[in-house]
Design a protein around this ligand. Structure first.
Ligand SMILES: Cc1cc2nc3c(=O)[nH]c(=O)nc-3n(C[C@H](O)[C@H](O)[C@H](O)COP(=O)(O)O)c2cc1C
Length: 473
């Protein structure tokens, strides 16, 4: 257990925990985790922005299949960057069977992010995925493993079949993954499949099998994971409801307080006795970003903590600078506020939203945005009346969603997080030459306490400042 990290910098999608942040944390001897969400889009948008610093092209040059990486560079790289008012290229949407271009992009983009995070040091780097975003899983995992990822962390679903995929990819064997299809009938099980041999023809040596950590919010789920997983699960991240990003829905009936926020109660507490009995290392997450709470976690038998919010606003994170500065200003003036929104996310999970002018936290900005769904990561896969597979998202235009069998009431308050989260890391889509997508900032309840990392009279701090504070006595 001793070579497990005491601090995990949590995966933060999309692109907030980028290679730069994960590298900084891993270089300090802790576990830096890149977000694996939407990396295909992020890679092609960075290339269309002119690839400042040349990092993407440097990563692409290391990919084992040269022609594939070159094709991507030739298709998307724009020297000097695209014009501000020019839209980014649309990618073909992901579907159960490819298309091949998307599989290649996922594989290569995951490779590049992990490769860059690992460069210049020998410590492990992790990658984080949301189980719910299933279609890109297989090529993404294979690409990350080709780059030597040390840990795979996955939450927002029950990833019982991921460990077996990791085992197969060690030997470049084909793998399958069950695809959840809403409304599927008995005997209609759908699956995703990926055969590395269709993409990499050169004979490569076996890959390292990354450790797999499941992110869960109940001891029942942890026990179920160990019982049902089709391969080894090395540990658990136990995430409470104050954590940034998506939160597990509360147990029992959904109740809201006067301001419309989700209420969590006693039943949402994890029974740590039961977790300890499972005999696997575990990390506590959600409001653990301080030296006191790290000590507390260790005294409770945890291997350490997973921290998100404190790292999300540090210099190395992918969050765009104007948002970072504006939020840290609010923190410095004790005005920062986060709400747990029950309906913002198309996934149906509660989602934490930091309040900031000019972002989707404001009703006027949300209401003014024409509903468009052109990225599709959070869309639900469903069975059409003809027995085919379709995709629908409650943040897409209402009539379209309803025509696909979705319920009108499920669309209320839904934000297009795919477009907003890409805007939040500085790659907003531009529509009709004049509408620029606004961002949305997610953060844990720890936001208001971030001033403990700010040096006097300053509005920036580094990942090293966070780690030093967490380890202070
Ligand atoms: C900006 C942001 C984005 C996040 N995105 C993800 C994500 O994509 N996947 C995930 O498993 N957790 C995500 N999280 C949760 C973190 O990985 C971590 O578990 C959590 O932030 C820990 O609680 P804390 O915010 O109180 O430190 C996100 C958190 C933040 C702040």
């Amino acid at each position: 257990m001793s070579d497990y990290p005491a601090i995990i910098q949590g995966g933060m999608g999309a692109g907030v925990s980028n290679w730069r942040l994960a590298r900084a944390v891993s270089q300090l001897g802790h576990l830096g985790v890149v977000s694996g969400t939407a990396l295909d889009q992020i890679l092609v948008r960075r290339l269309q922005d002119g690839d400042p610093g040349g990092h993407m092209r440097h990563g692409l040059a290391q990919f084992p299949v040269r022609e594939m990486a070159e094709r991507i560079e030739q298709t998307y790289y724009i020297p000097g960057g695209k014009q501000e008012r020019t839209p980014y290229k649309n990618l073909p949407l992901h579907s159960q069977n490819g298309p091949r271009e998307r599989d290649e992009l996922c594989m290569v983009a995951n490779f590049v992010e992990v490769f860059l995070a690992r460069e210049g040091h020998d410590n492990p780097v992790g990658i984080n995925y949301l189980e719910k975003i299933q279609i890109p899983h297989l090529p993404s995992l294979y690409g990350a493993m080709l780059a030597g990822v040390g840990y795979v962390l996955m939450g927002a679903g029950i990833p019982v079949k991921i460990p077996g995929v990791l085992d197969r990819f060690v030997h470049h064997q084909p793998a399958t993954y069950p695809l959840h299809v809403a409304g599927a009938q008995e005997g209609e099980e759908a699956e995703l499949s990926f055969d590395p041999a269709n993409f990499v023809t050169e004979k490569l040596p076996p890959l390292v099998r990354p450790r797999f950590l499941a992110i869960i919010s109940s001891n029942v789920l942890a026990a179920a994971m160990l019982k049902k997983a089709n391969g080894s699960v090395e540990g658990f991240v136990i995430e409470g409801p104050t954590a940034g990003g998506h939160n597990a829905p509360p147990r029992g009936k959904l109740q809201l307080d006067q301001s419309g926020e989700v209420i969590y109660g006693e039943r949402d507490q994890v029974d740590l006795d039961k977790i300890r009995q499972l005999g696997r290392p575990f990390w506590l997450a959600g409001g653990y970003g301080s030296a006191e709470r790290l000590r507390e976690a260790l005294s409770l038998g945890a291997a350490g903590i997973q921290v998100g919010t404190a790292f999300a606003f540090c210099e190395e994170s992918g969050l765009r600078n104007d948002y970072k500065q504006a939020i840290l200003e609010k923190v410095a003036h004790s005005e920062a506020r986060v709400a747990t929104d029950p309906s913002a996310s198309p996934t149906g999970f509660p989602f934490k939203v930091a309040q900031l002018q000019g972002t989707l936290s404001e009703l006027e900005i949300y209401s003014a945005r024409p509903r468009v769904c052109d990225l599709g990561y959070l869309s639900e896969t469903y069975r059409t009346p003809e027995g085919k597979i379709g995709h629908r998202c409650p943040a897409e235009p209402l009539t379209v969603y309803v025509s696909k069998g979705g319920k009108a009431e499920d669309t209320a308050g839904k934000r297009c997080l795919c477009n907003a989260l890409l805007a939040t890391i500085g790659h907003p889509q531009v529509r009709n030459g004049n509408i620029t997508e606004a961002g949305v900032i997610t953060s844990g309840n720890d936001l208001s306490t971030l001033n403990r990392f700010l040096p006097p009279e300053q509005l920036t701090y580094s990942a090293a400042d966070v780690v030093a504070k967490l380890l202070s006595v």
